[in-house]
Design a protein around this ligand. Structure first.
Ligand SMILES: [Zn+2]
Length: 392
């Protein structure tokens, strides 16, 4: 996902932080700091519900949960607590994602990265066409981990009521009660049957038992879009920027998932040799940059393999030229600006591989090599055209 920052890696899986997640930390800090009374009531009500449920079986007297806010509201404490809670929430989301990855790893699926977003995380998998039998337990692992984290926090909150210092007890009950509430919310929210939430995957795995995967994906993605529209409308009505942002991400996520599966379905049996251009315009490393630009104008190709003594030694593209100031274009040669080593694929490689390499490395074209010989070239535009043809 674009706009993500790598913050480390766990079990060899890179952990990325999406910019939207960074919004939630100051936002929560502010929300808690400015609405202590409201939040306290919410947490008291939430904890009270557990007490009531527990006491149904044991009979009265029902103790009243009351949070002492003396220490919470002192100075900037509320804002500091807000930041602490937000960061702890972030750790909870991370554990949720790791739970997905652990199940995936056990089932032999490689996880490329984990991205943390405003409403949770996204684990990017190697597999293009997920196996419903694997996806089902994998999708459920995350929400149930959040549920477990939530329960542990609630237990700590209850244990904290036993502390004699009312101020400190208040802070702990408030913090762990809120974390319990948030993690239980994460559990419920992620089980919504809407892509890209875990519930969407559960729904797809369920549907895929009786229909092809791409159709199951489309239905699950459409359900996700309906949820996104509902969230968006409610968000506008309540003037809630968080809800509107979440709606936006659900919509984008649902569309991306549905497109990715559609592409891998349409391109399932297509190899590079079926769609590559055989006539490859190449340039020598000593060609002046301005001549390359002229060649781009005349051929309408925006990138060329750089060939020396029959060997491909680099790639030069419009993006490489763009990096130069006009004066350098006059003075420089292809070898000064070309990118190398070159990513190449054999003619027998699936087109999906080319598409993946292109999106991961953000390149527009890939030379096709049979051993050391350049036999063709395939561009993103070529692939899009094939997809459009196959869609008929
Ligand atoms: Zn999840």
């Amino acid at each position: 996902m674009n706009g993500s920052l790598k913050i480390g890696s766990i079990f060899g899986i890179p952990i990325l932080l999406h910019w939207s997640f960074l919004i939630i930390i100051p936002l929560l800090a502010w929300l808690i700091g400015s609405q202590v009374t409201l939040t306290t009531q919410l947490i008291e009500g939430f904890l009270q519900w557990f007490v009531d449920v527990g006491f149904i079986f044991r009979g009265p007297p029902v103790p009243q949960i009351q949070i002492n806010t003396e220490l919470i509201t002192a100075g900037y404490n509320a804002y500091i607590l807000g930041a602490v809670i937000a960061i702890s929430l972030f750790i909870g989301v991370l554990i949720h994602e790791i739970a997905h990855s652990v199940v995936a790893k056990k089932k032999g699926i490689k996880i490329n990265s984990i991205t943390l977003l405003i409403f949770g995380g996204i684990s990017s998998m190697e597999e293009e066409m997920p196996d419903p039998a694997i996806e089902f337990p994998m999708a459920l692992a995350g929400p149930f981990t959040s549920f477990a984290i939530g329960l542990v926090c609630i237990l700590i909150a209850f244990a904290s009521t036993l502390i004699t210092n009312p101020g400190i007890a208040g802070v702990l009950v408030f913090t762990f009660g809120y974390l319990g509430l948030l993690n239980i919310f994460l559990f419920a929210f992620n089980l919504l049957p809407a892509f890209p939430m875990d519930g969407g995957r559960v729904l797809r795995a369920f549907l895929a038992r009786s229909m092809p995967l791409h159709r199951a994906t489309r239905i699950a993605a459409d359900v996700g879009k309906v949820f996104a529209v509902i969230f968006g409308l409610v968000g506008i009505l309540l003037l809630s920027p968080i809800l509107i942002l979440i709606a936006f991400f659900i919509y984008i996520g649902a569309s991306q998932e549905s497109t990715a599966i559609k592409y891998s379905f349409l391109l399932k049996d297509v190899n590079l040799k079926d769609i590559m251009a055989h006539e490859v315009a190449t340039v020598p490393p000593t060609m002046p940059v301005r001549d390359v630009v002229a060649l781009m104008y005349s051929t309408k190709h925006l990138g060329f393999p750089v060939v020396e003594h029959g060997r491909v030694i680099g790639m030069v593209t419009l993006a490489d030229v763009h990096k130069l100031v006009p004066l350098d274009r006059e003075a420089m040669q292809v070898k000064d600006i070309m990118s190398h080593p070159v990513l190449t694929l054999p003619p027998g490689a699936p087109v999906m591989d080319a598409l993946r390499v292109m999106s991961v490395s953000n390149i527009g074209r890939i030379p096709v090599m049979e051993g050391d010989e350049l036999v063709g070239i395939v561009s993103r535009t070529d692939i899009i055209k094939v997809i459009e043809l196959k869609e008929m």
